[in-house]
Design a binder for this molecule. Structure first.
Ligand code: IPM
Ligand code: MG
Length: 367
């Protein structure tokens, strides 16, 4: 159904968010105009931008709009301007609220080293060339959301910070299933990470991932790895991995690390997917893995590729537009082949271009 109408909510947010989401908007407009697609896109405030106008990181109106959209594309939340706010009022709370309340439990973060950018990585070319890893991060549980949490006064004028790391059998099975299903379409290999040597929740994680594999995914090769070892192995020999399965916190850290194997954090897209709701819809949110990057905000030098590839993931996973997604992916490849680079992936002999020029260059290759 190429020309049915699809509702997309754009949430540019803070820092470089508006700059990179602007390029996505241009691509959506291009598809509407040139491929007779009917994207209905709307733009709203989130994070610090919403705090400045509405005093809260996300309004109910924006929250409900995201519920009603076919896909949400977010830039970034947060920045130094809002760092001193009380915890519950920080820009990042908006993102966490969306993840939690849209029940986006599965975060997919592909780390692919493009052949054109092998030299942009800080690692040796032979270590990263051909790298293609999928990190499956649990996104609505663990220490990010566990109770009790808070900062409490204790005796002698001391304070105590508390967070709780919890996972239930169902939560573990639900995310492990996503990892196993993805592995089936790739190289059939899952590495599951935890700290079962020091945490009971890690022991449970390991046992339940194994139990699900034994019961339903007999043909998958499953390895368990301690998360600290995984962090080390990612630098030592990243190509040993196919799908990496991790909880919310370890997945957060390992995915930043994996991003750098690809050359730049500015290249990594992500998809956050929920369960099918009562209305039959699977909620989803797409965002670049990089944050708001306050140091380069407003300079028109940010790399829009991570956000553009997030749009491509949205087309594929939520909007039934595989062909259009492939078109974007190959346009990105062609532009890189031609030697065009934003500052973060610049190398000798290539041509450095701005955020807007990178967007335009990619659009010019969609034809
Ligand atoms: C990410 C980010 C977020 C997280 C922040 C901005 C709350 O680091 O998506 O990886 O920690 O999940
Ligand atoms: Mg992170």
């Amino acid at each position: 159904m190429p020309n049915k109408s699809r509702k997309i909510l754009l949430l540019p947010g803070d820092g470089i968010g508006p700059e990179v989401v602007r390029e996505v908007k241009k691509i959506l407009e291009w598809f509407n105009k040139n491929k007779s697609l009917d994207f209905k896109f709307d733009e709203e405030l989130i994070g610090g931008a919403s705090i400045d106008k509405n005093k809260i990181p996300i309004t109910d109106e924006v929250f409900y709009k995201s519920l009603e959209s076919d896909a949400v594309i977010l830039g970034a939340c947060g920045g130094p301007k809002w760092d001193n706010l009380e915890f519950s009022k920080k820009p990042e709370r908006a993102l966490l609220k969306l993840r939690k309340e849209l029940k986006l439990f599965a975060n997919l973060r592909p780390a692919i080293c493009f052949k054109q950018l092998v030299d942009s990585s800080t690692l040796k070319p032979e270590i990263v060339s051909g790298l293609d890893i999928m990190i499956v991060r649990e996104l609505t549980g663990g220490i990010y959301f566990g109770e009790p949490r808070g900062i409490q006064p204790i005796k002698d004028n001391q304070r105590k910070g508390i967070n709780t790391h919890t996972y239930t059998t169902n939560e573990i099975h639900r995310i492990a299933r996503v990892a196993f299903d993805l592995a089936k379409k790739r190289n059939n290999k899952v590495t599951s990470c935890e700290k079962s040597n020091v945490m009971e929740a890690g022991v449970l994680w390991r046992e339940e991932v194994q139990a699900l594999k034994d019961k339903e995914f007999k043909n998958i090769q499953l390895n368990h790895m301690l998360a600290d070892n995984c962090a080390m192995q990612l630098l030592r020999n990243p190509k040993q991995f196919d799908v990496i399965l991790a909880d919310n916190l370890f997945g957060d850290m390992l995915s930043d690390e994996a991003a750098m194997l690809t050359g730049s954090l500015g290249l990594l897209p992500s998809a956050s997917l929920g369960e099918k709701g009562k209305d039959g819809k699977t909620r989803s949110l797409y965002e670049p893995v990089h944050g708001s990057a306050p140091d380069i905000t407003g300079k028109n030098i940010a790399n829009p590729i991570a956000t553009i590839l997030s749009l491509s993931m949205a087309l594929k996973y939520s909007l039934d537009l595989d062909k259009e997604a492939d078109l974007i992916d190959s346009a990105v490849q062609i532009v890189l082949d031609e030697g065009l680079r934003t500052k973060d992936i610049m190398s000798p002999g290539k041509k450095e271009i701005s955020t807007t020029d990178m967007g335009d260059a990619i659009i010019s290759k969609l034809k």
